[in-house]
Design a protein around this ligand. Structure first.
Ligand code: PLP
Length: 470
């Protein structure tokens, strides 16, 4: 089996082991990490965050160009958020939303529903994104069972897309190598091509954006017809696909997918675990890209990471059968809608409003893109693409032919060199080769030109070093 690096293991090992790094080596099982690599090299220990910066235990200051993991929208170290959490913990640290409601959970559900497009009025809390996707699939299946279409259970999603690790969400994930260790997964997941227009020719697709958008959307209908519309419950798509490197939707793509879903009575799930909460300058990215989903899944930016929380937001139509008689959704999580996480999410969203963070992203997204596009003068940079504060830099071996790196070169670049070198040079970003090799950046929504320039400079210096290795 090929080694999986959803987290693209960060070999940012420094020298010498402190007590903390020794304890990390002996006891901490880091996620998506080749643990063997840390037996003789210390793991980086992050001890502090302030604004757009983090510090390690040796005092090394690093620009957090990824908002942790597409999470910390308002930046690190907001004392007012810590105070809200302390107050909530003192008043009511925990009570479940299993047949009971808490004030923060009610207020947050109302607030999130007010931001969600159309009639997406019902908020089912989770503790993170994978659980939100899992919940969306389960609710889609049960919705159709309750409404007389019990065969509808399959889900269509896109190649290379990541939708989480629970076995249902993993079955929706389009990364075969990430699933091999756990097969057989939940049956019913089927893949269609993604919207990687940079590689349109390889897919035999048109290169004109409008024609490409129609081509890619029509693959969704094709898959529904291949499987039989009576068996398909949902299509799960990110507004901008993260894995593979920020595949933005071509013009008309989501509008055509919406038509297809309506035609075949298939639910459109917008997986906004990354794209929600300001990443694209709107509370939900479906609004930015002009489509109406039946379900939104979200997490990360809802609390800016100050507390773990996620949600599956369902439309009135989906909720309707669950309001009848003795019907109920036999599904939930102990910590879902946790009072402390919900309270801090509300305060986080207050910051969004007070500081106009969505507008800030809309005002500065072109500047971020244009700053990163300066890197296109390097031979190793084939494409710079993205939207909002969510960008990818695709690395190529030959820019004119778009030839990519082979497995050994990827190992050198993406696994061995870039994570550590970027970190040493002062930037935390994400080298990733789940598709073609890319470096991803997604800074805090508070960042501006000064941080964009700093990112570009560090990326430039590090990529010039990298070009000598491959
Ligand atoms: N869906 C998408 C689009 C994601 O990017 C992620 C995580 O990055 C998930 C789901 C899973 O979220 P979590 O890690 O919170 O379970």
């Amino acid at each position: 089996m090929t080694t999986i690096d959803a987290g693209t293991e960060q070999n940012v090992a420094g020298s010498g082991a402190s007590d903390l790094t020794a304890a990390a080596r002996d006891h901490l099982w880091m996620h998506f990490a080749r643990m063997g690599a840390y037996q003789d090299k210390p793991a980086p220990v992050i001890v502090k965050g302030q604004g757009a910066y983090i510090w390690d235990d040796k005092g090394h200051k690093v620009l957090d160009g990824l908002s942790g993991l597409f999470v910390v929208q308002v930046g690190h170290g907001r004392a007012e958020l810590a105070e809200v959490m302390a107050k909530q913990a003192e008043n009511l640290a925990f009570f479940p939303v299993w047949g009971y409601a808490t004030e923060p959970a009610i207020q947050l559900a109302e607030r999130v529903a007010s931001y969600a497009p159309g009639d997406l009025n019902r908020v089912f809390f989770t503790t993170g994104g994978g659980e939100a996707v899992e919940s969306a699939w389960k609710v889609a299946k049960q919705f159709f069972k309750l409404t007389g279409k019990p065969m509808k259970h399959k889900v269509i999603s896109r190649a290379i897309a990541y939708h989480g690790t629970p076995q249902g969400a993993l079955a929706i994930t389009g990364l075969p190598a990430m699933k091999q260790a756990f097969e057989p997964l939940t049956p019913g997941g089927f893949r269609v091509p993604n919207t990687n227009i940079y590689r349109a020719e390889r897919m035999g697709a048109p290169t004109d954006p409008v024609a490409f958008g129609k081509w890619a959307a029509d693959r969704v209908e094709e898959a529904i017809l291949f499987e039989g519309p009576d068996t398909v419950a949902a299509v799960v798509l990110e507004p901008v696909q993260n894995s593979g490197g920020c595949f933005t939707p071509p013009p008309g793509y989501f509008q055509r997918v919406r038509e297809i879903c309506d035609k075949h009575d298939v639910l459109l799930v917008s997986d906004e675990v990354i794209c929600g909460f300001g990443r694209h300058g709107t509370m939900f990215a479906a609004e930015k890209f002009g489509y109406q989903p039946d379900i939104i899944t979200c997490a990360k930016g809802m609390s800016s990471g100050y507390g773990p929380i996620g949600a599956m937001i369902a439309s009135d139509r989906i909720m309707e059968p669950f309001l009848e008689g003795k019907n109920f959704f036999p599904h939930g999580y102990t910590f879902a809608g946790h009072p402390v996480s919900a309270a801090v999410s509300l305060a986080n969203l207050d910051i969004f409003e007070r500081e106009g963070l969505n507008q800030r992203v809309l005002d500065h997204e072109s500047a971020l893109g244009n700053t990163l596009k300066k890197l296109l003068d390097l031979d190793i940079v084939g494409d710079v693409r993205g939207d909002g504060y969510f960008w990818a830099i695709e690395l190529v071996k030959d820019k004119s032919t778009k030839e990519t790196f082979d497995l050994a070169e990827r190992e050198t670049l993406i696994k061995q060199f870039l994570p550590g070198a970027l970190f040493r040079n002062g930037l935390y970003a994400r080298p990733d080769d789940r598709g073609e090799p890319v470096i991803q950046v997604a800074p805090a929504l508070t960042c501006g030109q000064a941080e964009f320039d700093e990112m570009e400079q560090i990326l430039r210096g590090t990529l010039i070093e990298a070009m000598k290795l491959v």
